[in-house]
Design a protein around this ligand. Structure first.
Ligand code: TYM
Length: 387
């Protein structure tokens, strides 16, 4: 879907593709979301005791009713988190960005997380894809949740193709509220889109209502996810009240750019993505080959400085791999003034990412025997729909 932007320009951000350096301020205007304000940030700080760097730096930068969600939480209403993954391949570091923050929210606010693995979506989306492959990848991707230390007692994974009995009683009601014309206008579907894809959004919306059915009371749900997923929530929020559910709230993250000249970090361009399963040496090589905001020669870099605002390497530091705000500022300045060369900056990142992956992969492998602890079906009975 190409979204018209104020003026004559266009920005392409859909659940399936996105540019590397998006005009995020314009995007929230077009999507009709709200910029995260100091007010919401203070509210979060009051409840969580501190702020995550991704909020301080506005990596999570926009929202729908985040303030309402925090107020409901503060007043003691039942609340939960919801996010997900389309298992089209192994997980890359862009995917784990929202999950890192989700884990922080889980710890700080003590919330249960419902996590959807859409093996059906990724099967329908790609003509050549096998369902057995996306299903196997769903289990591989659960290992990444374990490696992030999400609490299995509070993390409940739904695998669409296997757990449909949890979703279907709600999905039939959701589906009845949505017309084909809304689906086309929201997702850009055409006459040649297979009907699996046309139905799929119903399932992604349904999980936002699942906690209310599982607990038999209104549950206020917050969805931390990339802004590319926003189209689903616009519809879900429109129909929630008529189905008797609270509107799900969202907090949106910006998208980590890929290491190539264009596009967000994406599974469809493996050479420009760092996967959690990459051999640390391979990850280092990808980083060393990355496209940067630097000048073509060392002389020019020293003279003119680089452009960290349009650099995939600087964004990796800013969004994930540098916790210290002062050090991040120093790096920004050193790049701009030509004191830092791209080779040095990449080598340092390559080292950090490689260390991160070694630790991550150790935890990932350790989790193989405890995978079922994360599955919703081992903990909840399917809902008897009350609404
Ligand atoms: P998927 O697998 O495309 O993406 C999973 C999550 O990762 C985010 N994301 C990124 N974040 C930062 N930088 C990037 N380069 C980047 N690429 C992807 C996405 O925004 C998402 O939060 N249909 C969904 C699966 C799903 C889902 C959900 C996602 C089902 N229910 C609820 C979020 C919330 C999908 O294919 O996600």
């Amino acid at each position: 879907m190409v979204l018209p932007i104020v003026g004559s320009e266009e920005v392409k951000v859909t659940p399936w593709e996105a540019e590397a350096f998006v005009d995020y301020d314009r995007l929230i205007k077009v999507f009709g979301a709200k910029a995260l304000s100091d007010e919401e940030i203070d509210l979060l700080k009051g409840l969580a005791g501190e702020l995550h760097p991704m909020v301080r730096r506005r990596v999570f930068y926009s929202h729908r009713d985040f303030d309402v969600f925090l107020r409901m939480f503060k007043e003691g209403f039942k609340c939960a988190l919801y996010t997900g993954r389309g298992p089209s391949g192994h997980t890359h570091v862009g995917h784990i960005l929202p999950w890192i923050f989700t884990k922080w929210l889980q710890d700080r606010l003590g919330l249960h997380l419902f996590f959807q693995m859409t093996d059906d979506e990724k099967f329908w989306h790609d003509e050549k894809q096998e369902l057995s492959v996306t299903n196997r990848l769903a289990y591989e991707n659960i290992l990444d949740l374990a490696a992030l230390d999400l609490d299995p007692r509070k993390t409940h994974v739904i695998i669409d193709s296997e757990d449909i009995r949890y979703l279907y009683p709600i999905a039939v009601k959701v589906a009845k509220k949505i017309t084909y014309s809304t689906q086309k206008a929201t997702f850009g579907f055409t006459d040649s889109t297979n009907v699996g894809m046309v139905f799929y959004p119903v399932l992604q919306m349904t999980v936002a209502f699942l906690p209310s059915e599982l607990y038999g009371e209104d549950v206020y749900v917050l969805i931390p996810a990339g802004i590319d997923q926003d189209p689903y929530w616009r519809i879900a929020r429109d129909i929630a009240s008529s189905l008797g559910y609270p509107k799900p709230a969202q907090i949106h993250n910006k998208l980590l750019p890929g290491l190539g000249p264009e596009g967000k970090m994406s599974s469809s361009k493996p050479e420009t993505a760092v996967y959690t399963t990459d051999d640390p040496e391979v990850a280092k090589q990808k980083i060393m080959k990355a496209f940067t905001g630097g000048q073509p020669t060392v002389e020019l870099q020293r003279k003119l400085g680089g452009n960290p605002d349009r650099c995939s390497i600087f964004k990796m530091y800013e969004m994930m791999f540098e916790e210290d705000d002062v050090k991040l500022q120093e790096r920004y300045h050193a790049c701009k003034t030509g004191n830092l060369l791209c080779g040095e900056c990449k080598a340092e990142l390559a080292e950090r990412v490689s260390k991160y992956l070694i630790d991550f992969q150790r935890k990932r492998e350790k989790a193989r025997n405890n995978l079922s602890d994360f599955l919703l079906r081992t903990k909840f009975n399917p809902p008897k729909v009350s609404k």
